[in-house]
Design a protein around this ligand. Sequence first.
Ligand code: NAP
Ligand code: MG
Length: 500
Amino acid sequence: MQPAVAESSLTPSVTEFIAARRKMLIDGKWVEAASGKTFTTVNPATEEVLAEVPAGDKEDVDRAVRAARRAFESGPWRRMTASERGRALWKLADLIEARTEEFAQLETLDNGKPLTVARAADIPLVVDHFRYYAGWATKVEGETIPVSVPGMFTYTLREPVGVVGQIIPWNFPLLMAAWKLGAALACGNTVVLKPAEQTPLSALRLGELLDEAGFPPGVVNIVTGFGETAGAAITVHPDVDKVAFTGSTEVGKTIMQQAAGTLKRVSLELGGKSPNIVFADADLDSAAEGAAAAIYFNHGQCCCAGSRLFIEDKVYDRVMPKLIEYSEQIQVGPGLDPKTQMGPLVSSEQLERVSGYLASGKKEGAKVATGGGRPKGLDRGYFVSPTVFTDVKPEMKVVGEEIFGPVVCAIPFRDPEDVVRAGNETTYGLAAAVWTRDIQKAHRAAQLLKAGTVWINCYNAFDASAPFGGYKQSGFGREMGKAALELYTQIKTVWVNVGA
Ligand code: NAP
Ligand code: MG
């Protein structure tokens, strides 16, 4: 029997929020889709309908883009000082922080993640992210250039790009919204944001705080809807200057093609198949625990999940039992249950996808060391057990393709010099990790790994100040840190003839 989860433990504001038919935010007003169409979002722990939201489409995106354009060209946003922009971002952070519990519950209901994780990780990271970019608003600077043309004074201005379309995924719904909005707003852009169809609720709740935070109408517009309709309408819209996307590599390619028609600036944060390398000289306890965290955090629904675990053969038989033990200890269940450490996958499609990979691994001859299917006792909800595959071969689908679920392939290696090459044998390049006590080996590996982030003796470490993004087909452009300012500004060079 599935444990009963007290829906009564929800705060009244959350119950109210999901009970009312939601609207989307265009030009500071809450509106229905022009078509009147809606779609429902589902609680992945119960498979029950959670809320109804507008199915925005081309016409709605067009209205949102026009509002964003007006706000950018002539609204009060244009006249706000950098300091005022920074204060609005800081205020937004305060407003979210004061509602941490409410946002955490919405995230758990919509996405499935454990409430304990949403409270301790997602929402605090969102708050910190907005505070970090609040600080940047006053530090977006140009330069003076010592040109060699006599009589000229030359300087650069770093200006906002304009109207920015932001399309985000469902794995960290509010955090992905924060990653996109923080830098864009600090730099003075206006935004049309499309949350993922599976998880629109926390972004809509955030939208309700924008006015109080001090963002004028039209600066942030939130259009809920499907990728093929609302998302595509943003990508092809002639008056959107830039599109920022996080999601699958496949859709990333489509976005790049669609954006070519109007030569939009594009930044893409895409999938991964990240190598996690354990050398024999590592602290094996932390490496095994780290390997479990690397793949199982957020139920494996992380673009940077450590899904290919390379273990030096000398210690393979010491690391594997620990990894299996960690895997089997994880409490899988509904996110609202305080005992739960891993919730359901986000949707039935995702369950099907991951189950397809489990079947394919078995069919191609991989061995299931633990997991491999649905956990016992959970008869509804999109649950999958933490799974370790062994005896895998490089040509297997489970080794080559991003699964985006709690499934890791354990791969023994003999030659420490060769493992980095094996780790790089993927079209992806989002993240990688090495576990070793040898400082030279660690830094050498970090140099050679073709990935946007390399962790040494840790995994999934994140901070608003540390750039994140991909090599190869994991995308391009860096979010977070100072690097994100590049995505949301353009440089204007000004020549002044000051006389000889
Ligand atoms: P996805 O299709 O790439 O969706 C990401 C976002 O793009 C969503 O907002 C989606 O809208 C939108 N979108 C989809 N097609 C579009 C189009 N043609 N034009 C513009 N926008 C479009 O990801 P998914 O289907 O949710 O998940 C599939 C796989 O993507 C996962 O299994 C995983 O491998 C990968 N993924 C990666 C990340 C990451 O952080 N890098 C995050 C999520 C998923 P809809 O909500 O309507 O689909
Ligand atoms: Mg949902």
